[in-house]
Write a protein that binds this ligand. Structure first.
Ligand code: GLN
Length: 488
C-alpha cells in the first residue's frame, strides 16, 4: 500500500479496496520501523492519525468524502498544529504546543487528510542539508551517509522512503525544490501569495511560501488545490480564484516554449547532473516543445541578494523569541537583560545566530543603504529579468541544484559552500515566482545511484502550466517511480 501515490490511494479508498484505518496502520508501522534510521520525524502523531482515519472511514462510508478523505499526510514542523508540538526544529520552540492550526494544516484537515506526524527540518528553515536541526540531521533514504537536502529534508525523506505519500514543505530560497531534487521527488513552490502563510513560523516573510513534496505532479496538483487560496488571516495571500489544477494537467507539450537559463548551465554545475537535465530537454523537444536559450544576466546576483534580504527579515521575525512569551527560557535569570541574552543564546543554534547577526548588521544605521537597500534594488533587477524572459517563453528551465546529494558533514564548516546549493532556486523566491523540481535521471557516484532534479519556473500564478508540463513529462518517463533500495 505504501507504494501507492495519493491519487492511487484516493482511488483505492473510494473503491473500498482498503480503509483509511488499514492504510494508516500500515504507514505508522513503516514509520516505527524505518523512521528512526532516517530521523525524518520530530513527532509522530499515532493516536491522532488513528482518530483521523476512523473519522475519514465514516465519512467515506456515508459517501460524503472528497478525493483526499482518508489520505495520510505529514506536515513540516514549521506549521502550527493545534494541541501538537510545533518546534521548527529549534531548542527555542522545543516545548511549544501550538494553540491553533496553520491555514495549510486546517485546509488539509478539512479535506479529510490523516495527520501522521511532524517532520524534521533545518532549524527555523535555515539550511540546505537538514543538518542545523536541534533534533539532529535527517538522512537521505538513497544513501544514509548523505543529506536529503533542506530545509524540508524530513518531509522529503519521509515521502521518498514511502513513509507518507505526500508532505507539506516551505520554500524561502529552495527548501522544497532542492530536497525534492536530492531525494527523487516532485517539489512545488507556488507563487508568493498563492498559499496562506498564517500559522507558518516566519523566517523571511517576503520570501516564505508553503508547498508540497510529492511523488508525482498529479499528486502535487491535488494537494495544491486543497491548500491554495485567499486567507483573510494573511494580508499577503492573493484573492484570485484557485484553478482546478488536476483538470489542467492535460495541457499538451506541443508548442510549449521553454527557455534554458544560460547563466545556470555554466561553471559549478556537475557535468553528470547537466547530462541528465539535457536528456530531459531533448525529450521535451521530441514531444513538440520549442527550446531556446535565454539570458537572465542579473540571476548570478541571487545568492548575495538573498543573504542580505533573508537574514534582515529573519533578524526582525526572530526577535519575538525572547524567553518571555514563547519557548525556551533560561534558568534563574539575574535580570531582564540576562533573561533575553541567555534564553536566546541557549535557544538558537549557530546558523540561526549567524543569520540574526548578519541581518541586524545589514539593517543597522550606516549600513542599511550599502546592503539592504542595494539588495532590494538587485531584487528588482532579478524580477525584471524574469518578466522579460516570460515575454518570449512560457517557462524557464534549469537544473534544480548544481550537484546530487552530498555527504553529511561535507559542507557544515563552510557556510558559503552550503549557501551555493540554492544557486539555481533562490531567484524564483526573490521574484515571487512559482517553481517546481521534478526527477530527470540518476548519476552514479562511486557506485551509489543518486537522483537528479530539473527545475521549471513560470510566471506569477503559472502553477497550472508547471504542473501540466511536469505531468506530461512523467507520463513519458519512469524516473519519478524509482524508490530507494530498502524502501520500495
Ligand atoms: N537554503 C536556504 C537558506 O538556508 C533556503 C532555505 C529555505 O528555503 N527555507 O536560507
Amino acid at each position: 500500500m505504501h507504494t501507492l501515490t495519493v491519487s492511487e490511494m484516493s482511488a483505492g479508498l473510494r473503491a473500498r479496496k482498503f480503509s483509511s484505518l488499514e492504510l494508516t496502520l500500515h504507514l505508522l508501522g513503516r514509520i516505527e520501523r524505518l523512521g528512526p534510521g532516517l530521523n525524518a520525524f520530530v513527532t509522530v502523531t499515532a493516536d491522532r492519525a488513528l482518530a483521523d482515519a476512523r473519522a475519514a472511514d465514516e465519512r467515506n462510508a456515508k459517501g460524503d468524502g472528497g478525493p483526499l478523505t482518508g489520505v495520510p499526510v505529514a506536515h513540516k514542523d514549521i506549521f502550527c498544529t493545534d494541541g501538537i508540538l510545533t518546534t521548527c526544529a529549534s531548542r527555542m520552540l522545543s516545548n511549544f504546543v501550538a494553540p491553533y492550526d496553520a491555514t495549510v494544516v486546517r485546509k488539509w484537515r478539512e479535506a479529510g487528510t490523516v495527520l501522521l506526524g511532524k517532520t524534521n527540518m533545518d532549524e527555523f528553515a535555515m539550511g540546505s542539508s537538514n543538518e542545523t536541526s536541534f533534533y539532529g540531521p535527517v538522512r537521505n533514504p538513497w544513501d544514509h551517509a548523505r543529506v536529503p537536502g533542506g530545509s524540508s529534508g524530513g518531509s522529503a525523506a519521509a515521502v521518498a522512503a514511502r513513509l507518507a505519500p505526500i508532505a507539506s514543505g516551505t520554500d524561502t530560497g529552495g527548501s522544497i525544490r532542492q530536497p525534492a531534487a536530492l531525494t527523487n521527488l516532485t517539489g512545488l513552490k507556488p507563487t508568493y501569495g498563492r498559499v496562506s502563510r498564517y500559522g507558518m513560523v516566519a523566517f523571511a516573510s517576503s520570501l516564505d511560501q508553503a508547498g508540497v513534496l510529492a511523488r508525482s505532479a498529479e499528486d502535487a496538483a491535488l494537494l495544491l488545490e486543497a491548500m491554495a487560496g485567499f486567507d483573510p488571516n494573511d494580508s499577503t495571500s492573493v484573492d484570485t480564484p484557485v484553478p482546478r489544477y488536476t483538470a489542467e494537467l492535460k495541457q499538451p507539450l506541443q508548442g510549449l516554449r521553454i527557455g534554458l537559463i544560460k547563466e545556470f548551465f555554466g561553471e559549478g554545475l556537475d557535468p553528470a547532473v547537466e547530462r541528465c537535465v539535457r536528456g530531459a530537454i531533448a525529450l521535451l523537444q521530441r514531444e513538440g516543445a520549442v527550446v531556446k536559450d535565454v539570458s537572465l544576466p542579473s540571476l548570478p546576483l541571487s545568492v548575495p541578494t538573498y543573504y542580505v534580504v533573508a537574514p534582515a527579515e529573519c533578524s526582525s521575525n526572530l526577535s519575538r523569541f525572547d524567553g518571555v512569551r514563547f519557548g525556551h527560557r533560561c534558568e534563574q535569570p539575574k535580570d531582564l537583560l540576562d533573561l533575553y541574552r541567555r534564553s536566546r543564546g541557549e535557544g538558537f543554534g549557530d546558523e540561526v545566530k549567524r543569520r540574526i547577526m548578519t541581518g541586524t548588521y545589514v539593517l543597522s544605521a550606516g549600513y542599511y543603504d550599502a546592503y539592504y537597500l542595494k539588495a532590494q534594488k538587485c531584487r528588482a533587477l532579478i524580477a525584471g529579468d524574469f518578466a522579460r524572459a516570460f515575454g518570449e517563453v512560457d517557462v524557464v528551465l534549469s537544473p534544480t541544484s548544481p550537484t546530487a546529494a552530498f555527504k553529511l558533514g561535507a559542507k557544515t564548516s563552510d557556510p558559503i559552500a552550503m549557501y551555493l546549493n540554492d544557486i539555481y532556486s533562490i531567484a524564483a523566491n526573490l521574484a515571487g515566482l512559482p517553481g517546481i523540481s521534478i526527477p530527470c535521471g540518476f548519476i552514479n557516484d562511486a557506485g551509489t545511484e543518486l537522483p537528479v532534479g530539473m527545475q521549471l519556473v513560470g510566471p506569477h500564478f503559472g502553477e497550472s502550466r508547471l504542473l501540466s508540463v511536469s505531468h506530461q513529462y512523467q507520463l513519458r518517463t519512469e524516473w519519478h517511480k524509482r524508490a530507494p533500495k530498502g524502501y520500495a
